[in-house]
Design a protein around this ligand. Structure first.
Ligand SMILES: [Fe+2]
Ligand SMILES: [Fe+2]
Length: 160
């Protein structure tokens, strides 16, 4: 599996988790104990998703940026700019799930469902855009040496 395929595999994992989140948010109104799962989900976002974004920003995107011709740079700039608002939503999600233990009013549940669905939608749209629009172009322009460099930086970043 090359490094780009690893990112695609991580997207797949996120999409699978998000299916679970979608079920959880639908169940929230009927089952209060489900909030424990929400805390787990927040932990998943915090660790896996943030790390994925950082890896893209620190390792993958700089190499792609170097290799893409100028007329193809726009999609990378656009995709990279999507990380910030998603990270902001993840922080709100975290705050909200942390607060929940004290605050379980109907209004906080409604807010929670709204923000969860919003996260699901924006993350899936973002991952699909990378899979369908960015990575195919990147594969076209990266050569063997770039892949080698990418792999070294990737594992160095993860301390493996
Ligand atoms: Fe991304
Ligand atoms: Fe990604």
């Amino acid at each position: 599996m090359d490094v780009i395929e690893r990112f695609i595999a991580q997207h797949k994992a996120v999409k699978e988790r998000l299916d679970i989140l979608e079920k959880i948010t639908k169940m929230i109104d009927s089952d209060t104990s489900i909030w424990d799962n929400v805390h787990k989900m927040s932990g998943f976002f915090d660790k896996e998703v943030k790390e994925h974004f950082h890896l893209e920003e620190e390792v993958l995107f700089p190499i792609i940026r170097r290799k893409l011709p100028s007329d193809k740079q726009k999609i990378l700039t656009e995709i990279e700019a999507e990380h910030k608002p998603i990270l902001k939503k993840l922080d709100e999600f975290k705050e909200m799930s942390a607060k929940h233990k004290k605050l379980s009013s109907r209004i906080s549940r409604e807010n929670f469902i709204k923000i969860s669905m919003d996260i699901i939608e924006s993350m899936i749209t973002h991952a699909n855009k990378e899979d369908e629009k960015l990575f195919p172009i990147a594969k076209e322009f990266l050569d063997f040496e770039n892949y080698k460099e990418l792999e070294q930086l990737y594992f160095k970043y993860l301390n493996i």
